[in-house]
Design a protein around this ligand. Structure first.
Ligand code: PRP
Length: 212
């Protein structure tokens, strides 16, 4: 990588806000905006290279050191774990993990072991372990709201942003699990070898975040 700083960005929702942040820093993001199907893009005026990846892969690339930095949601960080430093809360991509289920039902009632569906089984396990509560966890890949509706589970642990998905399906939040927002993460070796450039970039980002 030489002198270049390579940053992995989570494709999709966080991508737009990250590009906006880079624009506010005065970076030339034209290549990222007109990317077409390209996945590695230069921010040439800064000697930065942007890599677009799925959230969990952002962490993998940063952990392995093929990307120095990454922008990824706290949801993926909590679920994935791993060895890297979390440097900055970027403040965008705000939502939360919540325990939810059918409206009007009491999740904690009764003595039977509850079944909870989630795409985020590690987050779910940690949440109930923290309560000392035994639950059966069922992994669902998407639209996890279906699980309580179909009678597969008593509840779900999922991402809630506006709450619309829950509402439109007759579900409600029983309890908040954790707040989520986008974070800047860094490879542990890059933090040493490219300390000056990374420190400077972080300082610029923090200054802009204060203005927002
Ligand atoms: C997430 C989450 C909910 C929805 C919540 O799904 O799983 O379904 O967003 O948003 P809301 O509170 O604003 O309605 P996402 O769109 O990320 O896709 P997924 O189902 O594949 O996880």
């Amino acid at each position: 990588m030489g002198d270049t700083i390579r940053i992995a960005l989570t494709k999709g929702r966080l991508e737009k806000d990250t590009v906006k942040l880079f624009e506010k820093l005065g970076f030339d993001v034209s290549a990222v905006k007109d990317k077409g199907r390209r996945l590695i893009l230069p921010i040439s005026d800064q000697n930065i290279e942007v890599v677009l990846a799925k959230a969990a892969d952002v962490i993998t690339y940063v952990e392995h050191g093929v990307c120095d930095l990454g922008v990824v949601g706290k949801d993926t960080i909590m679920e994935h774990g791993g060895k890297y430093f979390e440097l900055v809360d970027l403040g965008f991509g705000k939502c939360k993990f919540a325990l939810a289920g059918k409206k009007g039902e009491e999740f904690y009632k009764g003595y039977g072991v509850k079944t909870v569906a989630s795409k985020y089984t590690n987050v779910t396990r940690a949440f109930f372990e923290g309560k000392g509560m035994d639950v059966d966890i069922v992994k669902i890949e998407g639209s996890v709201e279906l699980a309580p509706l179909l009678g597969l589970s008593d509840g779900i642990v999922d991402i809630v942003e506006t709450g619309t998905t829950l509402k439109e399906n007759g579900l409600e939040v029983y309890e908040d699990v954790a707040p989520i927002s986008a974070r800047l993460i860094v490879n542990t070796v890059s933090m040493k070898l490219k300390k000056e450039r990374i420190d400077r970039l972080v300082a610029m980002i923090e200054e802009k975040l204060e203005e927002i």
